[in-house]
Ligand binder design. Structure first.
Ligand code: EPU
Length: 437
């Protein structure tokens, strides 16, 4: 198990450059399955979620070339069924395989999906995905080691309403509806920027998709699609992570490739907390301007709300803010597990089952510790901690870098699921650490 020994207390200063968003790139790679010709995706990061999807696509006969500069070409002309045992080897490694269903059903008439992985931040059920696929005509058979799908009568457009604007389920609809026969109307859709970028890709491939007001997306199925050429949307989650790291460590970080429009909600909160930022043409500079940080009340939400993936690194900065901050997590029921380690380091974070912060959410009456109260400022001290999940792990690293003294952080390889060249970036920012594989 990999371990980092961090000497904390030094401000992170310098520049990091972003590539494409993890939560877009992996889906764009799956979309390439729908075309008849080669797709070219630019700014693909070297992260383990990309590796898993690459290997699964290759097992299905897609020829992939991944150049040093992050340009990936995907040729689906030889697409074929993969052996169940080979697919199964990837069980538990990612959540993206569930999105292979629609494209494989269109291309091959069948699909086998391994057991899914991803961060342990709640139950993460797949009911919306399977309901969506059934609406299009898929027949789903659960096996001990995965799920087999077929479409004996073809795939047909459908009228679908999601009970919650799920990102993954919206992508499932898009990737299936574009080649289903007839029209699909999706209400209750997620409209995250990564979804809009996926829609742009699908349109380049020949799809007909319109996004109406009030979370309604309409798709007219087409019988053939071609490859696309696309530069992936930047990773706004990574941008927010480094911004929070700058604030928590009293630092100053220029995040190359970050853009304002997709981050306005984050930037408002960053400013209210007391962080400074400057928008440039090629990125955003984030820094701690000195003085006291302010406590805030935040509710995580679907876009255009404050993203759930932004809260964990920001919590570390909030341990340094004056007063009581409240975070009400309304997207995942169990996303505060990472706060145990922060408390061990000296933070004062208390979790509550109640919906604190103003509105009630679907987790309110269900016994989940989904609200956090952070009292500050508190001094953080180095500790021995274990990375629990991707974003929680990043926040542990930020806490270790901000803390006085030495921290030993284990299970660090998990962070490479979503952050390219993480250790190199830390070095570039002047962090003091040693790494053992
Ligand atoms: N949900 C269901 N049933 C379903 C699907 C979702 O109840 O069939 C629930 C989930 O349990 C959750 C809520 O709906 O409570 C939202 O889940 P969503 O489907 O939107 O999440 P996702 O597609 O699994 C993606 C990102 C997450 C990000 C969320 C929210 C990817 C690979 N993952 O997950 O990113 O937090 O959207 O924006 O795109 C991360 O990057 O660390 C990460 C976890």
């Amino acid at each position: 198990m990999s371990q980092i020994t961090v000497v904390g207390g030094k401000p992170l200063k310098g520049r990091v450059d972003l590539k494409g968003a993890k939560n877009l790139v992996t889906k764009a790679m799956v979309a390439a399955l729908l075309g008849e010709s080669t797709s070219v995706l630019k700014d693909v990061p070297r992260i383990s979620d990309v590796d898993v999807v690459q290997r699964l696509l290759q097992l299905h006969g897609v020829q992939i070339d991944f150049a040093e500069d992050g340009t990936m070409s995907l040729d689906p002309s030889g697409v074929k069924s993969a052996r169940m045992v080979d697919i199964d080897a990837h069980a538990g490694s990612s959540r993206i395989p569930i999105l292979f269903c629609g494209p494989l059903l269109h291309q091959l008439g069948e699909a086998f999906i391994p057991g899914l992985g991803g961060c342990d931040i709640g139950g993460r059920p797949l009911d919306f995905h399977f309901d969506v696929l059934r609406s299009f005509g898929a027949v789903i058979e659960k096996l001990p080691n995965g799920t087999r799908l077929s479409a004996p009568n073809g795939m047909h457009g459908a009228k679908i309403s999601l009970p919650y604007p799920s990102v993954g389920a919206t992508e499932q609809v898009l990737l299936t509806a574009v080649r289903a026969e007839g029209k699909t109307e999706l209400s209750g859709a997620a409209i995250e920027p990564e979804i809009m970028d996926l829609i742009a890709i699908l349109q380049k491939m020949g799809a007909i998709i319109s996004v109406d007001a009030d979370r309604v997306i309409r798709i007219e199925g087409v019988s053939r699609m071609v490859g696309y050429q696309h530069r992936a949307l930047f990773d706004r989650n990574e941008a927010a992570s480094w911004a929070a790291a700058a604030l928590a460590t009293n630092g100053d970080i220029f995040v190359g490739g970050a853009r304002q429009p997709e981050m306005t909600t984050f930037l408002n909160v960053f400013r209210k907390v007391g962080g400074a930022f400057q928008i440039e043409d090629d990125g955003i500079r984030f820094w701690h301007p000195g003085g006291t940080l302010n406590s805030v009340v935040i509710e995580t939400d679907v876009h255009p709300g404050f993203m759930t993936d932004w809260q964990q690194p920001l919590v570390v900065a909030l341990t340094q803010a004056q007063g009581m901050s409240i975070i009400h997590e309304t997207v995942y029921e169990n996303r505060f597990g990472f706060t145990d380690a922060l408390n061990q380091m000296g933070a004062q974070i208390q979790l509550y089952r109640e919906c604190l912060g103003g509105t009630s959410c679907r987790f309110g009456q269900r016994n989940y510790f989904h609200s956090a109260v952070i009292s500050g400022p508190t001094k953080l001290k180095g500790a021995d901690i274990r990375v629990p999940d991707l974003r929680g792990g990043f926040s542990h690293m930020v806490a270790a870098l901000a803390a006085e003294g030495v921290s030993n952080v284990t299970n660090v390889q998990l962070i490479s699921r979503g952050y390219e060249n993480f250790l190199q970036k830390l070095t570039d920012l002047g962090a003091e650490f040693t790494y053992t594989e």
